[in-house]
Ligand binder design. Structure first.
Ligand SMILES: NC(=O)c1ccc[n+]([C@@H]2O[C@H](COP(=O)([O-])OP(=O)(O)OC[C@H]3O[C@@H](n4cnc5c(N)ncnc54)[C@H](O)[C@@H]3O)[C@@H](O)[C@H]2O)c1
Length: 381
């Protein structure tokens, strides 16, 4: 058997995303035939004992509380940026300058201009890079993209997408600190726009092409929250909810909504695309299924099909169990690493690259600018 090339991983962060990415590195070689073999070298996070416990649990060889030490290590090939948004640029740029490959969690940065500096850094260094918009790699979502690219929907008229949650309705939820940095504009950049709509926008740009103009409305329902850092009540700077409509370059219309105030919804991420010939619909709560309606079906049998995307000829599924058996959320991260490593072996970069993620960031910026001004805004390109 051919010896595998080792790829040494430095993981920055040991929270939610660091778990999904570490899990992916541990599993990928068991299910995909790859030239590369990831080696979990070092993990970094704020609290030493927690970094040590994470290293122990996931099999990292070492741990630290100083991300610069990981970036400076000669024996690390790839830096994983799995920390709050306000640290993405600094870490990713330092990693690129040190010649490391970089995988960065979404949103790429706090805003478009900052994201551009990250794109420039990875492109100047010529290092492989990927933004972790993992939903692209849920098999049913990947299949939706394939159906669109095959022209099965025909001319597209409508793209609509939602990402609904309900976890910040209580006024007692604080802002800032470890668990609630997403409510602090300094750490997160924005609220639901960068956190949740960024996922919807990434899929929309990927599946339906560029957005040429947006018109948005945001609301911050709870105006003041206790700051974990100062212990005092402070104004809330993030958008709690955002609705926007838009035009795509292909002539279709878009309709997007995200909120953390939709009581009863924990992570209702959906999209529906209506074309001249067919429509598709997907829902994260039933992530294996793609709903498909084809107007060309025989009239009396015409209706929505619920396709269980689990067969060997459907995206990614031949790598898993047998037809009909489901996989889940975490597998999107395994697919992400598998594709990235495959791209290294073939020299064909996989997306979304930092440059792809910059386009999403520009749409987020346009959405926030439109909400602030009440005007239509064309995203930067
Ligand atoms: N792809 C997705 O669906 C998805 C889902 C959740 C989060 N995210 C993104 O992933 C990133 C991390 O989110 P999370 O939910 O894992 O956060 P988290 O709060 O669970 O973990 C954050 C980690 O960052 C570490 N950290 C913070 N500041 C640091 C510093 N200065 N140096 C080193 N480590 C530091 C903390 O110790 C912690 O381990 C964010 O950008 C977020 O938007 C993406």
């Amino acid at each position: 058997m051919k010896a595998k090339k080792e790829l040494n991983v430095g993981m920055i962060g040991y929270g939610f995303m660091a778990r999904t990415h570490s899990n992916a590195y541990r599993k990928v070689g068991n299910f995909f035939d790859l030239e590369y073999k990831p080696v979990l070298k070092s993990v970094c996070g704020l609290v030493e004992a927690e970094a040590e416990a994470f290293a122990d649990r996931w099999g990292y060889e070492s741990f630290t509380t100083d991300w610069r030490k990981v970036v400076e290590r000669k024996d690390i090939d790839i830096i994983e940026v799995c920390v709050p948004n306000n640290y993405h640029a600094e870490i990713a740029i330092a990693a690129a300058k040190a010649g490391k490959m970089v995988i960065c969690e979404k949103p790429l940065a706090l805003n478009g201009p900052q994201a551009l500096t990250m794109v420039e850094a990875v492109e100047a260094a010529g290092v492989p890079n990927l933004a972790s918009f993992n939903y692209r790699r849920i098999p049913a979502v990947t299949m939706a993209k394939q159906l669109i690219d095959q022209g099965r929907l025909g001319k597209i008229f409508h793209y609509r997408s939602n990402f609904l949650q309900d976890w910040t309705i209580s006024t007692e939820v604080p802002q800032g600190g470890m668990g609630t940095w997403r409510l602090d504009a300094k750490a997160a950049g924005s609220g639901v726009t960068g956190d949740l709509l960024a996922h919807c926008i990434d899929l929309a740009l990927w599946q339906n092409g560029p957005i040429t103009g947006v018109n948005a409305m945001t609301e911050t329902f709870v105006k003041e929250r206790k700051s974990v850092e100062s212990g005092k009540m402070e104004p809330v700077g993030i958008d709690d909810a955002c609705t926007f409509f838009c035009r795509f370059g292909n002539g279709s219309m878009g309709n997007f909504e995200s909120t953390r105030y939709a009581r009863g919804h924990k992570a209702l991420f959906t999209f529906e695309i209506n074309g001249e010939k067919a429509s598709i619909r997907w829902d994260l709560h039933d992530l294996h299924r793609l709903q498909y309606f084809d107007h060309r079906d025989e009239g009396i049998l015409r209706g929505w099909r619920s396709i269980h995307v689990s067969d060997g000829d459907q995206p990614y599924m031949k790598h898993w169990w047998v037809p009909g058996l489901a996989i889940g959320y975490e597998h999107s991260f395994v697919h992400q690493i598998a594709d990235f490593l495959e791209g290294l072996a073939t020299g064909k970069p996989v997306g979304p690259t930092f440059r792809d993620a910059l386009a999403t960031q520009y749409v987020c910026d346009a959405v926030l600018a439109s909400a602030a001004s009440g005007q239509w805004i064309s995203p930067n390109v």
